[in-house]
Write a protein that binds this ligand. Structure first.
Ligand SMILES: Cc1ncc(COP(=O)(O)O)c(C=O)c1O
Length: 386
């Protein structure tokens, strides 16, 4: 019998998005939000700009980059970039899990770009990064949130590239070192590593991306929500607090709170340390676990934010996947009912298993408290299934 643990995680929030709020968060941090004001009023614009300024400083974004708040979260930011920039040259599309595959499908089926190559890999692996052609545009996800596989670094990206690199970094930004010299477009949403609110996206553009915007007009119509230029010039206001449409000033206030907290834990190095400590804690447990393994095959590609585990239990051998999946579900539902861990089942399109968020807002002590509960819940669920 696996004993029922006694120590409970203080905060049972391990969802991969929206992610845990920062430690100590409560709704009073929103007290000074500029609610009931026009988002175009001076103080409101300044507050929106504060999000960009603090984000740039923490991330170490080069001075000559543009950073703006855009609608529709990370999805909005990525699609805005794809629709506005692609078509000027061929494109290599990298996908190794669900979100990367979504971007492939957008480019192939919606934009119908003929000159595309999809470089794909199964859950747990990366495509052959050496096969990427940097004379073309390149679209990739820094951290595959649904497989827990990240690129280990940006060494594989050519410095003297001709194409643009468009990087969906939503579950990487603020927990991994993004090499801006190798990137041209970087996107993320607030609801991930800093535990902000949903529906708002950030779009960062290198000077080369801006140059493309100002010299190339895509052949397809662009809805207002995607338009970054006017009369062939960048609408620079979007990158100075004048958003395309109306943002939530409550969410803006919350984002500022998250960034202040990020500064208080030591900025980017502190955030990375917190997230890597979470991966290390889970790694120690997986090492000794007779029933789980990392989905990421190569340890160098293991995500420190979306930590994805597959079932590697003798018990599962010879049992069909539907039964194993039902048993995992029974275990995660029990932990949910007990208030020990919320939302830790693997993503719906990913292999059966667990996904534990280990981003910076999760305390390592909470993950450590959770791990024995996983053993307990899995043993209980297997007994129920036998
Ligand atoms: C890699 C990646 N891209 C895109 C998205 C979509 O993000 P959002 O819902 O903020 O638009 C997610 C959400 O989890 C993600 O993990």
């Amino acid at each position: 019998m696996t004993p029922r643990p006694t120590l409970r995680p203080a905060r049972p929030y391990f969802s991969s998005g929206p992610c845990a709020k920062r430690p100590g968060w409560n709704a009073s941090v929103l007290a000074d939000a500029l609610t009931g004001r026009s988002h175009r009023a001076g103080p409101a614009k300044a507050r929106i700009q504060e999000v960009s300024d603090r984000s740039r400083a923490i991330l170490g974004m080069p001075e000559d980059w543009k950073l703006g708040l855009v609608p529709a979260s990370d999805t909005g930011a990525v699609e805005l970039a794809l629709w506005s920039l692609l078509g000027a040259r061929g494109v290599d599309l990298l996908a190794w899990e669900s979100f990367g595959s979504d971007w492939v499908s957008d480019v192939v089926k919606q934009l119908a770009l003929e000159d595309h190559r999809a470089l794909t890999a199964d859950y747990g692996e990366l495509p052959d990064l050496g096969a990427v052609d940097f004379s073309r545009d390149v679209v990739f996800t820094w951290n595959g949130t649904t497989s827990g596989v990240r690129v280990p670094n940006a060494d594989w990206i050519a410095s003297d590239r001709e194409g643009l690199t468009i990087c969906d970094a939503t579950s990487a930004a603020f927990a991994m070192d993004l090499d801006f010299e190798k990137l041209d477009v970087v996107t993320w949403s607030w609801q991930k590593v800093l535990g902000g609110e949903a529906a708002h996206g950030m779009l960062a553009l290198s000077p080369r991306a801006v140059e493309r915007l100002e010299s190339y007009t895509p052949p397809w119509p662009l809805p207002k929500i995607f338009r970054l230029t006017k009369g062939g010039k960048l609408s620079s206001g979007i990158f100075e607090g004048s958003t395309i449409n109306t943002p939530s000033m409550l969410c803006v206030e919350d984002a500022v709170d998250g960034l202040r907290w990020a500064e208080s834990v030591g900025g980017l190095p502190g955030l990375i340390r917190r997230s890597e400590a979470n991966l290390a804690a889970v790694g120690r447990w997986v090492e000794a676990s007779p029933w789980t393994a990392f989905l990421a095959k190569d340890p160098a590609t293991r995500s420190c934010t979306s930590i994805c585990l597959r079932i590697d239990d003798e018990w599962a051998e010879g049992r069909d996947d539907a039964m194993v999946a039902a048993t995992v579900k029974a275990a995660t539902q029990q932990l949910d009912r007990e208030g020990i861990a919320f939302d830790i089942g693997s993503y719906r399109d990913a292999p059966t298993g667990l996904r534990l968020w280990g981003g910076a807002t999760v305390d390592t002590s909470d993950l450590e408290a959770l791990l024995p509960w996983l053993d307990w819940a899995w043993a209980e669920a297997k007994r129920g299934a036998a």
